[in-house]
Design a protein around this ligand. Sequence first.
Ligand SMILES: [Zn+2]
Length: 139
Amino acid sequence: MTTRLIDDSLFDGADPPRLVGARCTGCGTVVFPRQGSCPRCSDGAMAAHVLPESGEVWSWTVQAFPPREPYRPPADGHRPYAVGYVDLGEVLVEARLDLPRQLIRIGLPVRLTTVPTYCDEDGTQVLTFAFGPDAEDAR
Ligand SMILES: [Zn+2]
C-alpha cells in the first residue's frame, strides 16, 4: 500500500521521520508546529529545529467524538483514540497516543511513531505522527 505523511512541513524528510518545529534565535523558545514569529520575544528569527524523538506523557484524554477539520475520519468512521501532550523537554507536543488506554499514565516514556489516519481518494494511506511505547519501556 502506498503511504504518505499527512503534512511534509511537520517532518524532517528522514526515514523514519522526525518532527520539525522552530526555535527562536533570540530567546531559544521552541514551538511545534512551526510558526513565523516567536511567542515570547520580538528579538529573534524562527529557525527550523528537529525535535527529540522521545519524551514523557504530560497529560492525556480520549478523543471520543470526531474533531473539527482538518481531521478526516477513516473510511469506517471515527473511533475514539487517546490524545495527549508529550513533554519533549523543550516543548509540549499535542499528539495521538498509540498505546492501549490502560497503559497510559502521566510520566510514561514514549517515542515518536506514525499511525494511519485516512485514505486519499486514490487509496494512498495517510500517516500522521503519534507517540507509542518507548523501546526501552516495551515489555
Ligand atoms: Zn524569542
